[in-house]
Design a protein around this ligand. Structure first.
Ligand code: ADP
Ligand code: MG
Length: 738
């Protein structure tokens, strides 16, 4: 007898099981991290050492004020960067920017040029450093530009250090840049972020000045983005067209064991995974990305890495590097990093918790670096803390729908409200102690003397909040965690820039209003602190409905939130509509973060992206059903029939194969009709290509439901059909590697 021919799925399983248990650790240095951290970056410190004093002073000013570098100093800066890069084996450079694809973009140019005698040489000009002109026509612009005027350019953001990307033996100098149209319109994720940081800074400085804090240069936001992700074997991934095409599995029966044993979270990191993670960290350290935390997450094969928080625009760049290094290095280990928000139904999806706060930059060393959301030592500092807290509450309360829009993607839709992740309803968790303080202030009299009130209300004990909030409410989409807010509803694969732009905007507006309210209430004889407390009290009262301390996953909360009038925007298209409401438009255009046209373009880009994702998923599912699931089902049904016929011809009287074949036949019929219903709706949706909102609506309800129905039929068949015949790696195989 010849050995049976194994299916690709089965031979993959055996191949994976036969791997050496000892992983390759070649890519990781056994030296202290501090010895090489940032070696592939060239930032302010190196520039200060290498540049003439006057040139560095101009550069430092450009960095501080987020301004474009003067063309007269650019050549000198370019020269030192070039020397450093060439010394590190770099041959090419690129402006590295973030178009609205969620990813980064780059177009490499060689340093190579030729002198007057046609001799080859390396050159890199000041102009090349500060500006480049990629063809902008093929990036998403949401109708902002017609193709015939598709000119756009990238400009170096000197606040973010240049860095070298190593890929095999190739080294490329990357210049972090913004990407704008020729009329200054923002075409990328970074430009609005920088605008929002600027306006937030101006508003916060004005409020602080009113509170008596002078000499502040800047108020900046800080961000620490915890990145969740899955690592699965690449050989399984390769056999799953759905993961390859759409990043998530579109069929797959839930295995008997998922995450219910609660044995993965914080469990020992498997050695093979550790080897990969260590190499990811090693690569990131070279790039100056301060990853400090790693652990197993809740779902099998799910992990998390978290950086030390940084200034927001750097943190946004760094998170892009985290995602790209993770994807790249995983391949070296035969693994696939899966960053989708919900790659596997039935187990937890992945988020990217954005820890966000506000800090002061000042010449005064006592003030410099102070966190405005950290309770202080004196009643006055605590009043400052409360007023910024009030601003966040007002911003989130007023713009809850808009914040939901900022995280609306096809992937995140599967996660929000899936009883494992924050719901689509935005609310704020404050913790028991702070809730008591807020409620006491709200219930107080507006004429109270601030200093006395602060003592009476227990505000003097505010520093204990940090401890109080360590054991926090993990179901909240937006939780105060002692000295920062944690925006937990952000998706794992998304750029974090857009959600943070919207948060910055909402808070900036509130800070501005609060400043005006305080000014308007300043009467002679009344202390600033008394006025501030009165305004804070009003804000706490007015925003009470946004605070929720209970279980955000519960059905009662959905009802309660509806009673409170909080938006519950479950699907992406309805969430995206929030970008264009009157209050969103007013917020974003008045603060100068988006023009009207830019905002509309953001809406279109995001809606179009949603539509494209959904169409890709629906087509992939149809193809999998037609070319994988149905053929397997037909084969199995044929095997049953043949087996039944053999049994009958051998005179066997009991032939259960007949019943089994009938059962499978019925299941196949159900699948075929679900598949046809899906294709009908998909065709309808495709005909709506001229009407994006209508198309999105049909995709989000009709098509998504039809996909779920077809999937249910497929998953039922998966549990019925001979294991030998099933072509797709099963959940249990992908999630429980042997
Ligand atoms: P947890 O998983 O318990 O939320 P982690 O330690 O994984 O906590 O992540 C906390 C994140 O918050 C880290 O990235 C940390 O750097 C960040 N963080 C701490 N303080 C601030 C701050 N002031 N501003 C922004 N982020 C902060
Ligand atoms: Mg964490």
């Amino acid at each position: 007898m010849t050995a049976p021919v194994l299916s690709p799925r089965k031979s993959t399983l055996l191949e994976l099981a036969a791997r050496s248990p000892r992983p390759e650790m070649d890519g990781v240095a056994s030296v202290p991290t501090s010895a090489y951290f940032g070696m592939n970056t060239f930032g302010a410190r190196q520039m200060r050492d290498k540049l003439p004093k006057d040139v560095y002073a101009k550069l430092a000013a450009a960095i501080r004020h987020g301004k474009k570098l003067d063309i007269d100093v650019a050549p000198t800066v370019a020269q030192v960067i070039k020397e450093w890069a060439i010394g590190r084996g770099v041959t090419h450079f690129t402006h590295w920017f973030q178009p609205q694809t969620g990813l980064t973009a780059e177009k490499h140019d060689a340093f190579l040029s030729f002198d007057d005698n046609k001799q080859p040489m390396e050159s890199f000009t000041g102009a090349q450093l500060i500006q480049s002109e990629p063809d902008a026509s093929s990036f998403p612009s949401g109708g902002l530009r017609a193709t015939w005027e598709a000119r756009g350019y990238t400009a170096w953001n000197p606040a973010s250090p240049v860095f070298i990307v190593e890929s095999g033996n190739t080294r490329t100098l990357c210049i972090p840049s913004v990407f704008i149209g020729y009329n200054g319109e923002a075409l990328d994720e970074m430009t609005p972020l920088l605008r929002s940081s600027d306006v937030l800074s101006q508003k916060a400085i004005a409020l602080l000045e009113l509170l008596g804090e002078g000499g502040i240069q800047r108020v900046y936001t800080t961000l620490g983005a915890e990145q969740e992700y899955f690592l699965i074997d690449r050989k399984h991934f390769a056999l799953r067209p759905d993961l390859v095409m759409s990043g998530r599995s579109l069929v797959g029966a839930p295995p008997p064991r998922g995450q219910q044993l609660e044995d993965h979270y914080f469990g020992g990191i498997p050695e093979r995974i550790q080897a990969c993670i260590s190499e990811v960290e090693h690569e990131l350290y070279k790039l100056g990305v301060p990853i400090v935390t790693r652990h197993n997450e809740v779902a099998p094969c799910q992990f998390e890495m978290a950086p030390m928080f940084e200034e927001t625009d750097i943190a946004v760049d760094h998170n892009q590097m985290v995602m790209s290094v993770l994807r790249k290095v995983a391949l070296r280990h035969g693994l696939q990093a899966v960053l989708h928000e919900k790659p596997f139904a039935g187990i937890n999806g992945s988020g990217k918790h954005c820890n966000w706060s506000l800090s002061i930059a000042a010449d005064n060393p006592d003030l410099d670096g102070q966190n405005l959301l950290k309770p202080g030592k004196t009643p006055h500092q605590n009043l400052r803390f409360l007023v910024f807290l009030a601003a966040v509450l007002r911003g989130v309360h007023r713009h809850a729908g808009l914040l939901r829009a900022g995280i609306a993607t096809s992937g995140n839709e599967h996660r929000l409200g899936a009883n494992e992740a924050p719901p689509a309803i935005i609310s704020v968790f404050m913790g028991a102690m702070l809730t008591r303080v807020i409620e006491a202030i709200a219930a107080g009299k507006s004429s109270a003397n601030a200093a006395q009130a602060m003592i009476k209300l227990g505000v003097a004990r505010l520093p204990e909040i940090e401890k109080d909030n360590t054991d926090r409410n993990r179901t909240s989409p937006f939780a105060f965690t002692g000295n920062k807010f944690e925006f937990r509803a952000v998706g794992s694969s998304a750029s974090i820039a857009f959600p943070i732009v919207l948060l910055n905007a909402a808070v900036a507006e509130a800070i501005g209003e609060i400043t005006e309210q305080i000014r308007a209430n300043m009467k002679r004889g009344r202390s600033v602190d008394d006025v501030v407390l009165a305004v804070v009290r009003e804000v706490f009262k007015e925003t009470a409905t946004i605070r929720f301390e209970g279980n955000n996953y519960s059905e009662e909360w959905v009802k309660e939130a509806a009673k409170r009038g909080l938006p519950n925007l479950r699907r992406s298209p309805e969430a995206l509509d929030q970008l264009l409401t009157r209050s969103s438009r007013a917020l974003l255009t008045k603060l100068g973060i988006f023009t009207k046209a830019e905002l509309e373009s953001r809406f279109h880009v995001r809606l179009e992206r949603y539509i494209k994702d959904m169409l890709i998923e629906a087509h992939t599912l149809t193809e999998i059903l037609d070319t994988h699931v149905l053929p397997a089902a037909f084969s199995y049904s044929g095997e049953l029939a043949t087996s039944a016929a053999h049994a009958a011809s051998a005179g066997i009287t009991s032939v259960p194969q007949v019943a089994a074949a009938n059962e499978v036949g019925t299941m196949i019929e159900a699948l075929v009709s679900a598949r046809n219903a899906l294709v009908d709706l998909l065709t309808k949706a495709e005909h709506l290509h001229d009407d994006a909102p209508k198309q999105a609506k049909l995709l989000t309800s009709g098509v998504a439901d039809a996909m779920a129905a077809a999937r249910a039929c497929s998953d039922a068949l998966e549990l019925k059909i001979s294991d030998e015949l099933w072509p797709l790696p099963k959940y249990r195989e992908m999630l429980f590697p042997v």
